[in-house]
Ligand binder design. Structure first.
Ligand SMILES: Nc1nc2c(ncn2[C@@H]2O[C@H](COP(=O)(O)OP(=O)(O)OP(=O)(O)O)[C@@H](O)[C@H]2O)c(=O)[nH]1
Ligand SMILES: [Mg+2]
Length: 185
């Protein structure tokens, strides 16, 4: 039996400027830029992964913070096996907006994990959200979008220092691969 080489599409969503592109760049090993160049429409990168029990490629779609205003832009989510929904821990509104992003996602795709990531944790003095706030958002999504997502989890990252980035990607890839193995067996 040959080894399965997985190809897994992930999508990074969330409001303008929360750090989606910076997170993608950091995961790719491309360092950090202080400038904000808005992503237009969408962009993507491919990165190989090797998780001991499985290897393959992650195809990482990075959507514009304005994507939800573009008609039918949710088609970019088609075929995604997991969502990384990003907010900025210094901007509570970006966390609140994840309700809308979750609804938007559910128009295109269901039955996949939805991971909520608080980015910019290096800005400790400016932090304005805590774990309780995130739990409330997760509860809202759970109640209003019943059974749309197979799993919700929260993470924290800094694209500037790199903290938490690999863990978030590895955990969602592991979850996706394990659930596909369950289906096969
Ligand atoms: N301090 C700090 N700044 C960050 C971090 N991540 C991103 N930034 C900064 O935040 C700004 C926006 O980052 P982007 O990665 O372009 O944000 P985006 O979510 O891709 O934005 P859109 O493409 O417009 O939706 C840039 O100035 C980044 O340098 C972080 O973890 N810490
Ligand atoms: Mg961007």
């Amino acid at each position: 039996m040959g080894e399965t080489i997985y190809q897994i599409k992930l999508a990074l969503i969330g409001s303008d400027g929360v750090g989606k592109t910076s997170i993608r760049r950091r995961y790719l090993g491309l360092g950090f830029k202080t400038s904000h160049i808005k992503t237009l429409g969408s962009d993507f990168s491919v990165k190989s992964f090797d998780l001991q029990f499985a290897k393959g490629k992650a195809v990482i779609w990075d959507l514009a913070g304005e994507a939800f205003r573009i008609p039918r832009a949710e088609i970019y989510l088609r075929g995604a096996a997991g969502i990384l929904a990003i907010y900025d821990v210094t901007k509570p509104v970006s966390l609140e907006n994840l309700k809308m992003w979750a609804q938007w996602t559910s128009k295109a795709i269901t039955g996949i994990p939805f991971y909520i990531i608080g980015n910019k944790i290096d800005l400790k003095d400016q932090r304005q959200t805590n774990e309780e706030d995130v739990k409330q958002i997760m509860q809202w999504i759970d109640e209003n979008l019943k059974d749309v997502f197979t799993e919700m989890k929260m993470f924290e990252t800094s694209a500037m220092t790199g903290e938490g980035i690999n863990q978030a990607f590895e955990e969602i890839l592991t979850t996706i691969i394990k659930s596909s193995m369950d289906i096969e067996n």
